[in-house]
Structure formats: structure tokens, C-alpha cells
Design a protein around this ligand. Structure first.
Ligand SMILES: [Zn+2]
Length: 61
């Protein structure tokens, strides 16, 4: 089990795998960073980059 902070604030979520961590982070994102979630300028490429960056952070944790 790894604990990793949100990339936008200090809230930490846990997950056994990166996918679990993302699932655990989703409700927090919806609540605390809804503006980011609804930002339509964040396209598929940005989302893929976000996943790649956070996967690297998760693997390094
Ligand atoms: Zn956050």
C-alpha cells in the first residue's frame, strides 16, 4: 500500500496499485478540484500527461 499526495494539494490518498490510487483520488478531485475536472481545455493529451506524471510519482513513492 502506497500513500501519495494529490498533485494539487496536501491531501494524501492510498492505493495498492496506481489504478487503485486514482480511484481513491477521484472523489477528492470531484469535491476539491471540480474546477479542474470540468475544465474543457484539459483534453485527452493533458489527461494522458497527467496520468503519466502521477504514475511516475506513484512508482517513485
Ligand atoms: Zn487535492
Amino acid at each position: 500500500m502506497k500513500t501519495l499526495k494529490c498533485d494539487l494539494c496536501e491531501v494524501a490518498t492510498q492505493g495498492e496499485t496506481f489504478e487503485e490510487w486514482m480511484e481513491a483520488l477521484r472523489p477528492h478531485y470531484n469535491e476539491a478540484h471540480a474546477d479542474v475536472m470540468s475544465d474543457s481545455s484539459r483534453g485527452k493529451k493533458e489527461m494522458e500527461q497527467w496520468i503519466a506524471d502521477n504514475k511516475a510519482r506513484f512508482d517513485a513513492a
